[in-house]
Design a protein around this ligand. Sequence first.
Ligand code: GLN
Length: 231
Amino acid sequence: QIQAAEQKTYTIDTDVTFPPFVYANSENKYVGIDIELLKEIAKEEGFKVDIRPVGFNAAVQSVSSGQADGMIAGMSITEERKQKFDFSDPYYSAGIVMAVKEGSGIKSLSELKGKKVAVKTGTAGADYANSIKAKYGFEIVTFDDSDGVYNDVINGNSAACFEDSAVMYYAIKNGLNLKVVTKPANTTETGFAVKKGQNQELLKMFNEGLAKLKANGQYDKIIKKYTEGKA
Ligand code: GLN
C-alpha cells in the first residue's frame, strides 16, 4: 500500500460540457462516467489527479505537447489518433448522430444542401462532417464546446449538428430541444489517452484500475448511474 504522501499527481485535461461523460453538477463539481472512473481508478492504484476543464481540442493539444499527462473526455479511439496517443483499454463506445431542432422537419443528410452544420473543433463529429460535406453540400460551423454547437442549432443558424450518440441522447432526455434523426455512424470505442510513448506507468495503472472496477462491479454501477439517471 502506497502512502498518501508519496502519491504522484497527474494533470488530466478534459471537456466539461460533455454529459454523461464529464460535466459540472449543481454544486459545480465535475462528475460523470469519465470523472468517476478516473477517480475510482486513482484511488485503487494510489495516484492523484488534477483535473483541468480546458475543452476537447485544447486537451488534445495539451496532451500532444506534453503540457498535460493525460486526457479523458469520451475520446474516440481512432487509427489517426493512435499516431499521437496511446489509449487505455476501452471503457465505452461512441457513434456520431445528426440532430436537428425539434419541429424543423429535417429528417436526413440529403436535406442539408446549402445549409450549415455545427460541430465541435477536433472531434470525431467534426471529422465525420468534413468527410461528407462535399457529398451533401453543407457548410461547417465549429465551436469549442458542445453547448455552443447545440445553441447554434436551437437559434436556427445551423440546420443540424453532429454529436456523439450517448451525449446527444442524454442532453435531449434532460430537456434539450433537439431531435436525433440518424442512426449512429462511425462507431468507435472510447478510452483514456496519454501522449504516445509518455506516461506509460499512468496508462498501466489506468488499465489495471479499470480491470479491477470491471471485476468488482463498480464499473457497471458508474455506467448505470449516469446512463439511467437524470442529470
Ligand atoms: N468522441 C468524440 C471524439 O473523440 C467527441 C469527444 C468530445 O467531444 N469530448 O472526438
